[in-house]
Write a protein that binds this ligand. Structure first.
Ligand code: SAH
Length: 393
């Protein structure tokens, strides 16, 4: 048993429904010695044991790891990782032509505060909670115990994900192994993953299925991949037979990564061009009807609930520009990855942008996050990626 936390009366209700968070306001009292990142055992007001979790200072005070008294040790992490791997195996994501996928998606894999993406033999691990930060060596060990020697290198990358107030001395470094290769494969397409300096774990694996869908719509189209980052959608569009593909991102680093990745798959292919430019400026300046397939995959406009109003205005403005300029018969792939914006709110923002353009628009597909980013049924907050594929007359 770990240090104790006792809840206020009635505050165990959401935990009895297996929601994995204890908010600070739900806590009556706890052991005096509890520190940031400690393992704690949570009890209801009347002394019933609820489970074990990681404690942290902030509005979410405990992230529950178990709903019984199971110890949180190497065997625990090994078991959770094996469970997560079994899900990915059943999804058919581990193939000769696909070795990039998310192995652990936080609450979705019953490991709140932990994200692990796999690129070939390298696992890139991010801790979002102090508790997971302190468990990093244990988790790295457990990763190397997975069957078939799946993971040989573990790169830990938490400089940007840990709460900065926790003063944890986060590190970006190999915990096990070292640099191997940084070329990974997604549905037969190759790409460099810059886990050292890139955003998140180095690649956005969450768009894999949506990129594949885009490929099917790309034949003979003039494609604009807005917010391209490492160019994921662009090389799928090229394989799908696009007439031309223009990739845009405000980050020069992203543009050079995109160019590298296009070269890896389609050396010397003149159909592709990349521009380091602001999205809104590019859309304002581009010619009417220049593109008939547009992807809008912006960064999260709302990182917190407080930014919701402005985020919705942002989505409306961005989409309005695309509706205004896209060629007749054009197809728009539009996304939001803001957790704070729900599906309905995003649709409303896109629909009002469509109405503003006075064009006839049909929904062809409603998209979400892929199955290797599962949603824990008791934690609906885990749903974050939303997308629409629209036909614009
Ligand atoms: N579609 C990408 C992921 C996009 S991430 C993929 O499939 O991998 C969001 C990207 O938007 C980042 O690369 C960021 O550099 C870029 N970005 C942020 N603000 C921007 C702006 N105002 N104009 C253009 N790009 C922007």
């Amino acid at each position: 048993m770990y240090k104790k936390i006792i809840l206020k009366k009635g505050k165990e209700e959401s935990l009895q429904r297996f929601h994995p968070w204890v908010f600070s306001g739900a806590i009556s009292h706890g052991d005096d010695t509890i520190e940031e990142g400690d393992l704690v055992t949570v009890f209801s007001h009347n002394g019933t044991l609820i489970g074990n979790g990681h404690y942290q200072i902030g509005s979410i005070a405990v992230r529950m790891l178990t709903f019984d008294d199971t110890a949180i040790d190497c065997a625990f992490f090994e078991q959770r990782l094996r469970d997560a791997l079994r899900v990915r195996q059943s999804l058919g994501l581990m193939r000769d032509d696909n070795n990039a996928f998310r192995l652990v998606h936080g609450e979705g894999d019953f490991l709140p505060g932990l994200v692990i993406d796999i690129y070939g033999n390298t696992a890139v691990m991010q801790a979002h909670s102090p508790g997971m930060h302190f468990s990093r060596d244990l988790i790295a060990q457990a990763l190397t115990h997975l069957p078939d020697n799946l993971v040989r290198n573990v790169y830990y990358k938490s400089e940007t994900t840990l709460p900065y107030k926790a003063h944890l001395d986060p590190q970006n470094d190999y915990i096990i192994g070292s640099y191997d290769t940084d070329v990974a494969m997604e549905n037969g397409l190759k790409f460099h993953v810059d886990w050292l300096k890139g955003q998140k774990t180095g690649f956005f694996v969450d768009q894999r299925e949506n990129r594949r869908l885009l490929e099917q719509y790309s034949k003979d189209r003039k494609v604009l991949n807005m917010f391209c980052y490492t160019g994921g959608f662009s090389f799928y569009a090229m394989r799908g037979g696009a007439q031309l593909v223009h990739s845009v991102d405000s980050s020069a680093k992203a543009i050079s990564l995109t160019n590298e990745n296009v070269r890896l798959n389609f050396p010397d292919d003149p159909r592709h061009e990349a521009f380091a430019e602001d999205a809104f400026k590019f859309l304002d300046n581009m010619a009417q009807d220049a593109y008939d397939l547009i992807i809008l995959d912006p960064p999260a406009f709302a990182k917190h609930k407080s930014a919701l109003r402005n985020a919705l205005i942002g989505y409306r403005k961005l989409n309005a520009k695309a509706f205004e300029k896209i060629a007749p018969g054009g197809i728009l792939f539009t996304f939001s990855c803001s957790q704070a914006v729900n599906k309905e709110q995003f649709r409303l923002a896109v629909f009002s942008a469509a109405a503003q353009s006075r064009r006839r628009v049909r929904i062809l597909h409603q998209l979400s996050q892929p199955a290797d980013h599962p949603i824990n049924i008791y934690h609906p907050e885990g749903e974050y990626l939303k997308g629409l594929v629209l036909y614009v007359e």
